[in-house]
Design a protein around this ligand. Structure first.
Ligand code: 5RP
Length: 241
C-alpha cells in the first residue's frame, strides 16, 4: 500500500463522523481532497449536507462534484470539519499550512463543534517542527516582519532559516487571502504554545500554522492499520469507536 492508499483509508474512516443534515467544513490538501471525493459519492446517494470549503481549490473540487456549498457567513457555526495536517504530535497539536490554506483552515476549524484530522502515519511526530512551520504574513513590511519573527522565535527557544514561499512561477506565493507565507525551519519546537504566543505579537503576522487544542480526533492510517486517536478532553470518542 502507498501513502495515497493510507490517506484514502483515513478519509473513509472520517465519513463515519458525518451525519445527515450536518454543516461541514472541508479541509485542503491531498488527504482532505480524498475525503471530498468520498463525501461526493454519499451526496450522490442522497446524503444531505452543506459544506464550507477552506480554500478556493477545495471550493472548486467540491463544486465540480456537486457538493452543496455555503459560506461561513451563511453558517457561522459548523458541526464538523475534516482536514489534513502536515504534522501531529502525541497531544494532537498540529502543524498545518503546507498547502497555504492555514488561515481559512483555522477559522473554519474553530467554528466547528468537532475537528477530525485525517493523515497517513508519516505525519505523526514526537515533537513538532520537522516540517517547516508556515506563517501567513501581510505583504506590507515583509522584511521587517520576517526579522521580528526571527527575534521572537529565538527568544522562545526556536531559531532556523525563514524562507518566503515561492509559487510555481518563482514569484512569491499568494494565499487565498492575498497574503504571503514564511516557512520557518525551526527544528524541534519544544514549547509550541510559547512560540505561538510570541509569534502572534508580531503585527505583520496574520496567523501561524500551529493548531493547538483545535483537533478533537486524529485518524491515522499506515502499515499497521487505521488508528483513531482522541484528544484528552474530547467527549465523543466512544460514539464512533
Ligand atoms: C493545507 C494543509 C494540509 O492539510 C496539509 O498541508 C496536509 O496536506 P496533505 O494532505 O496534502 O499532506 O494544512 O494548508
Amino acid at each position: 500500500m502507498s501513502s495515497d492508499d493510507w490517506k484514502r483509508q483515513a478519509a473513509e474512516q472520517a465519513l463515519s463522523y458525518v451525519e445527515d443534515g450536518m454543516k461541514l467544513g472541508l479541509g485542503t490538501g491531498s488527504t482532505a481532497a480524498k475525503f471530498v471525493d468520498l463525501l461526493s459519492e454519499k451526496v450522490k446517494g442522497g446524503l444531505k449536507v452543506v459544506c464550507v470549503p477552506t480554500s478556493e481549490a477545495t471550493r472548486a473540487q467540491a463544486a465540480a462534484l456537486g457538493i452543496p456549498l455555503a459560506t461561513l457567513d451563511e453558517h457561522p457555526a459548523l458541526d464538523l470539519t475534516v482536514d489534513g495536517a502536515d504534522e501531529m504530535d502525541e497531544e494532537m497539536r498540529l502543524i498545518k499550512g503546507g498547502g497555504g490554506a492555514l488561515l481559512r483552515e483555522k477559522i473554519v476549524a474553530v467554528a466547528s463543534d468537532r475537528v477530525v484530522i485525517i493523515a497517513d502515519s508519516s505525519k505523526r511526530v514526537d515533537v513538532l517542527g520537522r516540517f517547516p512551520l508556515p506563517i501567513e504574513v501581510v505583504p506590507f513590511g515583509l522584511a521587517s516582519t520576517q526579522r521580528l519573527i526571527f527575534q521572537m522565535a529565538t527568544d522562545a527557544g526556536c531559531d532556523g532559516e525563514i524562507k518566503l514561499r515561492l509559487g510555481a512561477s518563482g514569484a512569491p506565493f499568494v494565499t487565498d487571502n492575498g497574503n504571503h507565507i514564511l516557512d520557518c525551519s525551526f527544528g524541534a519546537i519544544d514549547d509550541p504554545e510559547a512560540l505561538d504566543d510570541a509569534l502572534k505579537l508580531v503585527p505583520g503576522v496574520v496567523e501561524t500554522g500551529l493548531f493547538l487544542g483545535i483537533a478533537d480526533v486524529g485518524i491515522v492510517a499506515g502499515p499497521m492499520g487505521v488508528e483513531v486517536l482522541s484528544a484528552v478532553d474530547a467527549d465523543f470518542d466512544e460514539e464512533n469507536s
